[in-house]
Design a binder for this molecule. Structure first.
Ligand code: SF4
Length: 460
């Protein structure tokens, strides 16, 4: 009952966010960097930032997260962190021997105004970067944007630093993965392999955050996009970005740099978004959709049809990242549910426009909000004003769910109090089936627990 003092009455707030639906930019930059094989993320700032970003990822994935820091002191906070970074680069290559160091900035180094291009050039001139190794960077000031922006900036830096066009185009489709679980990326790649499409996914967290326990510590896990593959993205014949917030900038950069045309889709969460991904891949790879995928689709539709009476009309509140919320809202509508309150801390017009389009006919009473002032406190106030049948969001939602006694589906980042989120995909038809079953189970459990005794049904 930690939030029992939340009131239904809203008071206009301009400069106060309570329980924001986001985290800070470098968390995203660090996550994306780990999707490049042999890459060590480096946090250019003080130790506290780096510790927080590492622990945010470790708590969610239950895996060790390797990252280094420029370890700012009082001196570097005043005079700049140039010498810290140059000596950090030297130490990193001699002690940890990565192929790439992916530097991201923090609030402090951005406020000081450290010039990353100049510092990295200095390290290069001083011979601190060994032959064949690279130091790349992206700017991630956390007082603008969110972890989603940081992820996008890091992915764009991969394109800037590696993608190279040669005169020979290859029959390969690039898949730029937005922020999702390793299991989601695995599922998207599995669909591509069932279609026999040649693809390069970047970044790629499979085999990084879901690697098996072998008893041997690997500083650089076997997974991740390899550097040769990352370079070869410039020769692919097409790029599909999955999640506009996380991937559009990288797609645009790749087209400008290497003339690879692109299409940006929503992450394939749910029936329709998966249809669009498979159709786009089929079109751009020039391959038919195999029966095996049509069968998976049919099974999902069968599940939805069999249980439509439980899904129908259920009011849902959801919060998280826009690239997840947009296709998720669409899927809830496919299930005949009513997404009534939707909140993301990540700013951007696309979310507002997509929500307007999706909801205007089916749920005209829905409320949605994005940006720095959108928070889960207000979401809770909306729920207090008119209740919902379900809440979907990351672990922070458990307090609202407990306070209001509503079924709660954990989805998004971070989920730190339940296992399995990074194992069972929500993408593709298989992922949509997993998600529909989770939703259904939560609804049925709630009915079983709260209905009058004489109404408890054996068969549901
Ligand atoms: S918000 Fe800024 S100061 Fe705080 S942890 Fe993130 S980067 Fe560091």
């Amino acid at each position: 009952m930690l939030l029992r003092h939340t009131t239904a009455k809203e008071i206009e707030r301009k400069a106060l966010t309570i329980n924001p639906a986001k985290t800070c930019q470098p968390v995203g930059a660090m996550y994306a960097a780990l999707g490049l094989h042999g890459c060590l993320p480096h946090s250019h700032g003080s130790q506290g930032c780096c510790s927080y970003h590492r622990s945010a990822l470790t708590r969610h994935f239950k895996e060790p997260v390797m990252a280094s820091t420029s370890s700012f002191s009082e001196g570097s906070s005043v005079f700049g962190g140039s010498s810290n970074l140059v000596s950090a680069i030297d130490t990193i290559f001699s002690v940890y021997n990565p192929d790439v160091v992916a530097v991201h900035t923090t609030c402090l180094s951005e406020t000081i105004g450290d010039d990353m291009t100049q510092i990295i050039s200095k390290a290069n001139e001083e011979g601190k970067i060994p032959e064949g190794k690279r130091v790349i960077y992206c700017n991630t000031p956390s007082y603008v944007g969110t972890h989603v922006t940081g992820y996008a900036n890091q992915v764009t830096s991969f394109v800037k630093s590696f993608s190279t066009a040669t005169p020979k185009k290859k029959n390969v489709v690039n898949l730029v993965a937005g922020w999702m679980e390793p299991s989601d990326m695995r599922e998207i790649k599995r669909i591509a392999s069932v279609m026999e499409a040649r693809t390069i996914m970047f970044p790629d967290m499979t085999g990084v955050f879901d690697a098996p326990l072998t008893g041997t510590f690997k500083m650089y896990p076997d997974g991740g996009t390899t550097i040769p593959d990352m370079i070869a993205t410039g020769d692919s014949k097409f790029t599909i970005g999955l999640g506009p917030y996380c991937t559009e900038d990288a797609c645009v950069k790749l087209e400008n740099k290497c003339k690879v045309k692109f299409e940006v889709l929503e992450i394939p969460i749910g029936l329709k978004a998966t249809d669009r991904y498979i159709t786009a891949l089929s079109r751009h790879a020039n391959l038919p959709v195999p029966d095996a995928l049509t069968e998976e689709r049919g099974k999902l539709i069968d599940l939805i049809a069999d249980n439509s009476k439980y899904f129908w009309g259920k009011r849902v509140a959801l919060f998280g990242d826009p690239d997840t919320l947009i296709p998720l809202t669409e899927f809830l509508l496919t299930l005949d549910m009513k997404p009534v309150y939707i909140v993301t801390g990540t700013p951007g017009k696309h979310f507002d426009e997509a929500m307007k389009d999706l909801l205007k006919d089916k749920v005209p009473e829905a409320k949605f909000k994005s940006g720095e002032c959108a928070d889960t406190f207000q979401l809770h106030q909306w729920i207090k004003q008119e209740g919902v049948d379900m809440l979907i969001g990351n672990t922070y939602g458990k307090y609202i769910a407990r306070d209001e006694d509503i079924p709660f589906i954990r989805l998004g980042f971070p989920v730190v109090d339940r296992a399995g989120n990074n194992f069972f995909p929500t993408t593709g038809y298989v992922g949509a089936t997993n998600l529909a079953i989770k939703i259904l189970t939560a609804i049925l459990d709630h009915i079983d627990r709260t209905c009058p005794e004489e109404k408890v049904e054996f068969q549901m």
